[in-house]
Design a protein around this ligand. Structure first.
Ligand code: SF4
Length: 143
């Protein structure tokens, strides 16, 4: 099989979200079931635990709600995700919108008040810098 996409694991029923909630996007899960997509969770691959405190990007750093700097975990997870994409020759990703790792159009503004701003997560940025196309689950749902 040729895997065409990497996808955020939390869109496919994997319990990897920060809040421990489980969610399934049937259209994206079908890609995995059909061996067209490989699941990744950059934050777990970077060493974060489940559940974990919410994190947002502030001035290029990833900070949790208790003001701890978690940037290194997010960078490590982005690098691991890129390695997987490269290993399988994957050039497209469908990642969870709004996440400080996976967001591709908008992210929270760093104030922990649920305010969204245009922007991208740490993993999305690294993938795009390496010529991997990243779209969100929300975009994929309507194409
Ligand atoms: Fe989902 Fe990405 Fe957050 Fe992992 S890092 S839980 S894949 S949004």
């Amino acid at each position: 099989h040729t895997h065409e996409y990497i996808v955020s694991s939390c869109l496919c029923g994997e319990k990897t979200r920060y809040d421990g909630k489980v969610f399934i996007d049937e259209k994206i899960k079908k890609l995995v079931d059909d061996n067209k997509a490989i699941m990744v969770c950059p934050e777990i691959m970077g060493g974060m635990s489940i559940p974990r405190l919410p994190c947002e990007i502030q001035n290029g750093k990833v900070i949790n709600i208790a003001s701890d700097n978690k940037t290194n975990y997010f960078v490590d997870g982005a690098i691991e995700t890129l390695k997987i994409a490269n290993k399988y020759g994957i050039k497209k990703a469908i990642l969870k919108e709004k996440s400080p790792s996976c967001g591709s159009s908008c992210i929270y503004d760093g104030s922990f008040t649920k305010k969204l701003i245009p922007g991208e997560g740490i993993t999305t940025r690294l993938l795009r810098l390496n010529n991997i196309e990243v779209i969100s689950d929300e975009e994929f749902r309507i194409i």
